[in-house]
Design a protein around this ligand. Structure first.
Ligand code: AVJ
Length: 315
């Protein structure tokens, strides 16, 4: 992991233009900052999807064609704190559905906390956690013969490039059997006055989240970034439907990364790309799915129509 981080930082900072990978945001500090982001008034994504899980739970159950007499596995990729999922678990539990909850996350710490809180709040729900990169865990899904529901919430797919997202969905498709279902939560393309503030909250939490990546490089790779000389710069155009975040150097400067034994030069105004957050519509999703055996069978939206939970089945 540490070695991957080192190599990826080397590659990204040696490239023109420079970039860093958004998956490295999530150290302990980054996890906590992301929780704070989800509570910011500007960050509508989490609230919109929670609205769907809270107020349309029966529609979700119907769309997933769940059957009380058939055992199934409810598998969640990148589960995080499970706040939205618990709304579904609650109803499934009360209505005596026969299932296991299988959250998968890269962070064992997040999984331990999630399992503990589900056990406490919903003692009848059987939870089996799996730690790992969900790309790698996909293959292991095939080992089980039970019907599966895959939850992939929070527009997490949006951090992938179009090519990567298509590849991911095709791997997901290959790891499922006929009649398995996917619930894919995607943020919808909408105007800049709504999207941009979500990545530029007035309390500066997203800025700290973005710049924390430099602190992480300082702490783990012995670099000497002065975070006071870099700013957070988000961008979004509705035509493209992609929000991008950058870290911009406010001065001409050199930064040394001890573990690499290298110095990187930053020009005044030079940008480092740190995150892509794609927004979607039906056309984009269907274009991703065209070479897979997954198809959209339903779409649930929040009351503002900001966010969609798409239901896919395997043809
Ligand atoms: C967790 C990837 C969905 O892209 O909206 C939030 C991460 N980055 N604010 C997103 C994030 C900046 C978030 N995802």
């Amino acid at each position: 992991m540490n070695n991957n981080f080192l190599n990826d930082v080397d590659k990204g900072l040696s490239s023109t233009p420079k970039y860093l990978l958004s998956k490295y945001f999530y150290d302990k500090k980054g996890d906590a900052l992301f929780v704070d982001i989800m509570n910011m008034p500007e960050y509508y994504l989490t609230r919109a999807e929670f609205d769907i899980f809270k107020n349309q739970t029966q529609n979700i159950i119907k769309a997933l064609q769940l059957n009380k007499n058939t055992f199934f596995e409810l598998i969640e990729l990148g589960a995080g704190d499970g706040t939205k999922t618990k709304e579904l678990l609650k109803v499934l539990d009360t209505e005596n559905y026969d299932f296991n909850y299988v959250p998968i996350d890269i962070s064992q710490n997040a999984l331990d906390q999630l399992k503990q809180s589900v056990n406490k709040e919903l003692p009848n729900v059987k939870t089996t956690t799996k730690q790992g990169d969900y790309f790698n865990v996909l293959a292991s899904l095939k080992q089980s013969n039970h019907p599966k529901i895959i939850l992939f919430l929070g527009s997490n797919l949006g951090n992938l490039s179009d090519v990567q997202a298509e590849d991911f969905l095709s791997k997901l498709s290959d790891s499922l059997r006929p009649n398995d279902k996917v619930l894919l939560g995607l943020d919808l393309i909408k105007s800049r006055d709504i999207v941009l503030p979500a990545y530029n909250d007035s309390q500066g939490i997203t800025k700290r989240f973005n710049l924390n990546l430099l602190d992480r490089i300082n702490n783990e790779l012995g670099a000497d970034f002065d975070t006071n000389t870099f700013i957070h710069q988000p961008e979004y155009t509705e035509e493209e439907g992609i929000a991008r975040s950058y870290i911009v150097s406010t001065t001409n400067q050199n930064v040394t990364v001890k573990s690499l034994n290298k110095t990187f030069h930053f020009m005044e105004g030079e940008r480092v790309h740190t995150e892509t957050s794609r927004k979607y519509n039906d056309t984009i999703l269907n274009s991703y799915l065209k070479n897979t055996s997954l198809q959209v069978i339903d779409k649930l939206m929040d009351s503002n129509t900001y966010f969609a939970d798409y239901i896919l089945d395997k043809k």
